[in-house]
Design a protein around this ligand. Sequence first.
Ligand SMILES: Nc1nc2c(ncn2[C@@H]2O[C@H](COP(=O)(O)OP(=O)(O)OP(=O)(O)O)[C@@H](O)[C@H]2O)c(=O)[nH]1
Ligand SMILES: [Mg+2]
Ligand SMILES: [Zn+2]
Ligand SMILES: [Zn+2]
Ligand SMILES: [Zn+2]
Length: 275
Amino acid sequence: MCRDCGCSLGPSATRAPLAAPTGVAGRIETIEVITAILGENDRVAAHNREHFDGHGVLALNLMSSPGAGKTSLLEATIRALGGRLKIAVVEGDLATENDAERIRACGVAAVQISTGNACHLDATMVHDAVHDLPLAGLDVLFIENVGNLVCPASFDLGQHRNITLLSVPEGDDKPAKYPVMFRAADLSLITKTDLLAYITEFSTERAHASLRQIGYSGETIELTSRGGEGFEAWLGWLDREVAAQRDRARRGESLRPQVAPDGALAHATGVRPAR
Ligand SMILES: Nc1nc2c(ncn2[C@@H]2O[C@H](COP(=O)(O)OP(=O)(O)OP(=O)(O)O)[C@@H](O)[C@H]2O)c(=O)[nH]1
Ligand SMILES: [Mg+2]
Ligand SMILES: [Zn+2]
Ligand SMILES: [Zn+2]
Ligand SMILES: [Zn+2]
């Protein structure tokens, strides 16, 4: 990605250590540190997005709780597209190379980020992962975030769109319980709908109502990674977004997704932002 940009952001060069001092002065100091980190994160995210825009690549951030079906969706999407769109994937997990290996087994380039104990991806991790990735000719870069229904929504990675998955076994009340992540979504996917026949407590009507209740007004698609009508609707969304990104790139425009930075503050300090 950064071959000709004179990038000086070497691996993890921008990550400041996170101190955790105590007391009021310590809290204020911690908030200042977090605010600086978020500012730095936004700068690196903008750098990533400039590269994506420069090549007309659509970058999508997939978020959900662990196991909601992000990697399965990607595997099924790659197979269904049959090479029609050129895809690369960044995988985020605390540990293992499992998801990247699953994607590579489908014939697509994948870079695994192992975050260690970090429960979300940040822009520097994504930058380091794609620094050497050739973007020319790529249509879509999927970034599969760490399975976590809370703080991934608080960090801009350089993506254009956020996609949040809600799987049937999780229950239809999850948007109401975890509103930050669902509110930040441009597209919500209700996944594993093949299980509706067995998990009869899940009501898709209640899931839609739960999304409306938190003020979500984006599109929602019900699907299973086993294929079918909903899956076709998802592929249609993807095609429209790829075309829209190419148009934006031609016009020299960009698109920043919704980010909820307050969540990062609360996450790292225990301090709730004032309402
Ligand atoms: N029945 C059914 N099972 C699914 C579907 N999608 C995924 N699964 C299963 O759900 C489990 C988790 O799927 P993954 O795709 O690994 O989920 P993930 O969100 O990538 O998980 P993490 O990366 O660990 O957060 C696997 O056993 C999948 O086979 C689906 O549409 N229907
Ligand atoms: Mg996964
Ligand atoms: Zn770089
Ligand atoms: Zn660069
Ligand atoms: Zn986190």
